[in-house]
Ligand binder design. Structure first.
Ligand code: ADP
Length: 495
């Protein structure tokens, strides 16, 4: 089985969020199941240099305004990559999507249409000898790949569109239709049109044989007006072809027993060895090491979605109860300023690192006692999975993947020894305040806290099981899309 991932991010080459982790590790887990997975990715600056055994394998005269090469290679972690070397589209330093002014790059429609276009060209067997059975598009950036494939009217591979976050949709002016190589007939409800614009994610959701998203709860939520962001109607219409498959984590990179980025490695059986990491984190951040209360942390994009304004609202009570807070994050200027001010007002109790620092995020995970994720919505969330592996108890709002991956320390769960963290609902400052006082109560009972830590650390959070579900989906799609491609019908796949 050959599968082409089409994605705008891949760890360790380029990462702005969880999607990069998924594209970087799921292919390796699928390879362990015998699948041949290759990843199509734009060659942003530095990508080609970091590819091992890079060789050009194809060229295109005009890829949306300039020539391009396809360069095959491998990441240091072993993922097979086709990098799109198109300097006129991708040779821009900094964030892959935003210009130096912090706004979306003006030619993002062309840049990511090019990604989808090449995904389709490979899928149709026009570019390489390698012909995938499945083209798997990730997020809106790849959403035109299933559309180009379906519109080509030729025999094509099966297609899957994954929603990593329905809030990011890639909607662009209708006048770009021709420039994006879409036929006028595609501009309809039964096509790429979305509220008068061209919707990249809408296109993927309409044309793909199957849709997945990254947790079962999020799969249900996005079919409601409250969380569907305008796409809920289409998702309800396609409910039989929509599956939630939880993300896993890279258990090699995120393993407290082997982590090279933390000063003291530890296991669930020797939790005393976690303590020096707390001291190191406090020291690094200038926090008072004599405080005995819990050290809470946040590792997150600073965005409305993540509900971090609720942390600011709960902060006075958190400090009054004897806690400390350490934040690692970048994002909205207003939130950055408020956290900076909170740290300035109590530098021995609150610290913020307004930066993106992958290595430091490991020390945060190892050093903190608990991590706060008060998201208003959360498709899956990875941070709470890392935290559980590190015995750092997650305090999460009960939405999306957070609802599916944390077992709340209720009386019943504590008695049965299955609790792995704390959940609260709704995502409000009041509810966060209440769950924080439950956290303080448990922290005051060290033996009970350790039991929850140990349970959290032994949860199965790897990619094995999710990969098996993707593999089953691909197999069923491939066996049924011969029919779909021939008669235009839709594959109806139960996973
Ligand atoms: P999202 O994809 O919505 O940002 P996830 O929880 O799925 O949220 O994934 C976030 C990923 O980005 C995690 O791997 C997390 O550790 C990482 N991350 C977020 N902010 C930072 C930061 N400031 N420094 C280092 N890593 C970060």
């Amino acid at each position: 089985m050959k599968v082409l991932f089409v994605t705008p991010e891949l760890f360790p080459l380029v990462k702005t969020g969880g999607l990069a982790d998924v594209s970087g590790v799921l292919p390796l887990a699928l390879a362990r199941l015998g699948m041949d997975v290759k990843v199509l990715l734009p060659a942003y600056p530095g990508v080609l240099e970091r590819l091992e055994s890079a060789v050009p394998v194809a060229s295109v005269d005009d890829l949306f305004g300039g020539p391009a090469r396809l360069v095959a290679g491998r990441t240091a972690t072993g993922v097979a990559v086709f990098a799109i070397d198109a300097p006129h589209l991708f040779a821009r330093p900094g964030n892959p999507y935003l210009g130096p002014d912090g706004k979306d790059r003006l030619d993002n429609p062309q840049r990511f249409a090019a990604l989808g276009w090449l995904g389709a060209e490979i899928g149709l067997g026009r570019l390489l000898d390698w012909h995938p059975d499945v083209v798997h598009a990730h997020d809106w950036h790849a959403g035109l790949a299933p559309a180009y494939l379906a519109l080509a009217g030729a025999r094509r591979p099966a297609t899957v569109q994954t929603i990593h976050n329905v809030a990011f949709q890639g909607n662009f002016p209708a006048r770009l239709l021709r420039a994006l190589r879409l036929p006028p007939s595609a501009f309809s409800i039964e096509g790429v049109e979305f509220y008068g614009q061209i919707g990249f994610l809408k296109a993927g959701l309409h044309f793909a044989d199957h849709i997945t998203t990254v947790s079962p709860t999020y799969a249900r939520e996005i079919q409601t007006p409250e969380h569907g962001m305008g796409l809920d109607g289409l998702l309800r219409h396609r409910t039989k072809q929509l599956t939630g498959i939880l993300n896993g984590i890279d258990e090699m990179t995120w393993n407290p027993a082997r982590d090279p980025h933390i000063p003291s490695r530890y296991r669930g059986t020797k939790l005393a060895n976690k303590a020096p990491n707390k001291a190191a984190l406090q020291e690094r951040l200038g926090l008072d090491r004599s405080v005995e209360g819990p050290l809470f942390c946040v590792v997150s994009r600073l965005a409305y979605q993540k509900g971090l304004d609720l942390v600011l609202a709960a902060l006075p009570d958190l400090l009054a109860a004897g806690g400390q807070l350490a934040l690692l994050g970048t994002g909205e200027a207003g939130l950055e300023a408020e956290f900076r001010a909170a740290a300035a007002a109590a530098p021995d109790r609150v610290a913020c690192v307004l930066d993106y620092d992958e290595r430091l995020s490991h020390l945060f995970q190892a050093g903190a006692d608990a991590i706060i994720m008060p998201s208003r919505f959360e498709p899956c969330g990875l941070t709470q999975l890392y935290a559980q592996r590190y015995g750092t108890l997650p305090i999460v709002s009960c939405v999306g993947g957070l609802a599916d991956t944390v077992i709340d320390a209720s009386e019943a769960a504590l008695n049965d020894g299955v609790a792995t963290g704390f959940q609260f609902a709704p995502p409000t400052a009041t509810a966060l305040g209440l769950v924080l006082s439950r956290t303080f109560d448990l922290f005051a009972q060290p033996a009970a806290w350790r039991r929850v830590q140990r349970r959290a650390m032994t949860r199965e959070v790897g990619w094995q099981r999710p990969a098996e579900r993707y593999a089953a989906l691909y197999r069923r799609l491939v066996s049924s899309t011969g029919r779909a491609a021939a008669d235009g019908g839709e594959a109806d796949v139960e996973v």
